[in-house]
Design a protein around this ligand. Structure first.
Ligand code: ZN
Length: 88
């Protein structure tokens, strides 16, 4: 199946943003380990952050799909074949 390059690019940029956020959070987590905060607190924080990130990814993907439908008739984004103006 042909997938719109623009749609793929927007998904990739979203993933890049999430990756940046994750690497920033990893740096912060390392700082926590270096200080005298107990392991259990850091572990709980890490799990909570991971759950937040996963929920964020799911939410972003759902939003992208809903906002950017791709027409299966003319392959343009923003509308579906039902509302296609290029269709006779
Ligand atoms: Zn169309």
């Amino acid at each position: 199946m042909a997938t719109s390059a623009a749609l793929m690019q927007s998904q990739i940029s979203t993933l890049q943003q999430v990756n940046e956020a994750m690497s920033m959070r990893r740096k912060r987590k390392r700082k926590v380990f270096q200080s005298d905060v107990s392991l259990s607190v850091a572990e709980v924080e890490a799990i909570e952050e991971q759950e937040q990130i996963e929920a964020q990814i799911r939410g972003e993907m759902r939003r992208l799909k809903r906002r950017s439908p791709t027409c299966s008739s003319c392959k343009q984004q923003g509308h579906t074949i039902r509302t296609c103006r290029n269709k006779e």
